[in-house]
Design a binder for this molecule. Structure first.
Ligand code: SF4
Ligand code: F3S
Length: 130
């Protein structure tokens, strides 16, 4: 969590003892599709991952910006909202949308048998199953 003295462009804002508090969500991007290693789930202190048929997303209303999940993902699918690469920015609203429809996942589970093969595929957005 970061404290800012003035308003910010992204994130959820509230007032705390030190002034305006900005909580910026983390975002799961395209690399997760058909990989779904779920290493990220085990470290999240607030259980904000949601599971779809072939990827996970993060609920931006729940994420506390702790960064713990980022180094856990073997395919580097997770970015801070402000650091999402330009070509992946569509995933910010997709995480927000699908996190409302999908169920929480709170424990790591085995990745798909072919996850390592799909980890090498960069363009797979069209394979997202909702
Ligand atoms: Fe969970 Fe922290 Fe990752 Fe947000 S940044 S999804 S709170 S582990
Ligand atoms: Fe997906 Fe990486 Fe988590 S592949 S399930 S974001 S560990």
């Amino acid at each position: 969590m970061i404290t800012y003295p003035l308003s910010s462009r992204n994130g959820r804002e509230s007032f705390g003892p030190g002034g305006l508090v900005l909580t910026m969500a983390y975002v799961v991007t395209e690399s997760c599709i058909k990989c779904k290693y779920t290493d990220c789930v085990d470290v999240c202190p607030v259980d904000c991952f949601r599971e779809g048929p072939n990827m996970l997303v993060i609920d931006p209303e729940e994420c506390i910006d702790c960064t713990l999940c980022v180094p856990e993902c073997p395919v580097e699918a997770i970015f801070a909202e402000d650091d999402v690469p330009p070509a992946q920015r569509d995933w910010i609203p997709i995480n927000a949308e699908l996190s409302k429809a999908w169920k929480p996942i709170v424990e790591r589970k085995p990745a798909p048998a072919d996850a390592d093969e799909w980890a090498k595929v960069k363009e797979k957005k069209q394979l997202l199953e909702r």
